[in-house]
Design a protein around this ligand. Structure first.
Ligand SMILES: C[S@@+](CC[C@H](N)C(=O)[O-])C[C@H]1O[C@@H](n2cnc3c(N)ncnc32)[C@H](O)[C@@H]1O
Length: 239
């Protein structure tokens, strides 16, 4: 077995699929541990920017176990969470079934974020959390987000970032290289899956280039919101 979950080119998607199938049941716990619970705040920020509301339509790509999709639905929008991993979707659907609230405006769908199965101009808001970095082509994923957004619709991308301060960048990359795989080993028995975060980040251009790409694709009001000194970032734009 290869020593890494990162593979360039056409094998990338299969490897990423294997990775998330392997960690799906532990995914939520590990998110809390490796981010000290902070991912919840960052996702809340995404949902505020997405501004989904009753009567609107929201799409969350690479939805995983559904954190962002649940919050969009809670704000009243007809929401679809899309992911290609059945195992991650199983967790999301179980959460939906077990919810103490009756949630009628949320569904989870299997599909590829690089070939979104909706017509152009369908959604008021399109989000992705920790997803673009995992795609074979993040550019294709971004252009699909824009294609399915309505004119004026919001595009919100949350992912690991690359801090500009060299010292902070070193400390943070050391956390991703050492402590995060250790947490993966202890709590999921899978250090390789968590070492993948840093590997994939090295192949992802992160916030500044994503913002440039958004501008070149003619999005309006493009903004980067750096979190934790740029260790995390939200890219925002309007179609
Ligand atoms: C790191 S998880 C993020 C889950 C969730 N958005 C969150 O923030 O907790 C990345 C998700 O992207 C999904 N994914 C990766 N490549 C995909 C693709 N091409 N199409 C759809 N989903 C994909 C994985 O299955 C996984 O559930």
């Amino acid at each position: 077995m290869s020593n890494t979950f990162y593979a360039p080119g056409e094998r990338r998607a299969a490897k990423v699929g294997d990775l998330f199938a392997a960690i799906a049941r532990r995914y939520d716990l590990l998110n809390d541990l490796q981010s000290f619970g902070l991912h919840r705040l960052w996702k809340r920020h995404v949902v505020e920017l997405a501004a989904a509301k009753s009567g609107g339509h929201a799409l969350d790509l690479c939805c995983g176990t559904g954190d962002i999709a649940f919050a969009l639905a809670k704000n009243g929008a007809e929401t679809t969470g899309l992911d290609f991993s059945e195992k991650m979707l199983d967790v999301a659907r179980t959460r939906l079934q077990n919810s103490k609230f009756k949630i009628h405006n949320l569904k989870f769908l299997q599909g590829d974020a690089q070939q979104v199965p909706f017509p152009d101009n369908s959604f008021d808001t399109v989000t992705v959390g920790y997803g673009l970095r995992n795609l074979t082509s993040w550019e294709k994923g971004l252009s699909e987000m824009i294609r399915v957004a309505k004119p004026g619709g919001r595009i919100v991308v949350l992912d690991f970032g690359k801090p500009e301060n060299p010292l902070w960048r070193k400390i943070y990359f050391t956390h991703l290289k050492c402590s995060v795989p250790l947490i993966g080993l202890v709590f999921a028995g899978n250090p390789r899956a968590y070492a993948y975060i840093l590997e994939s980040l090295k192949h992802y251009p992160a916030q500044t280039i994503v913002a440039e790409k958004m501008r070149s694709l003619k999005l309006q009001n493009v903004r980067v919101i750096n979190l934790l000194g740029g260790a995390m970032a939200i890219n925002f734009g309007e179609k």
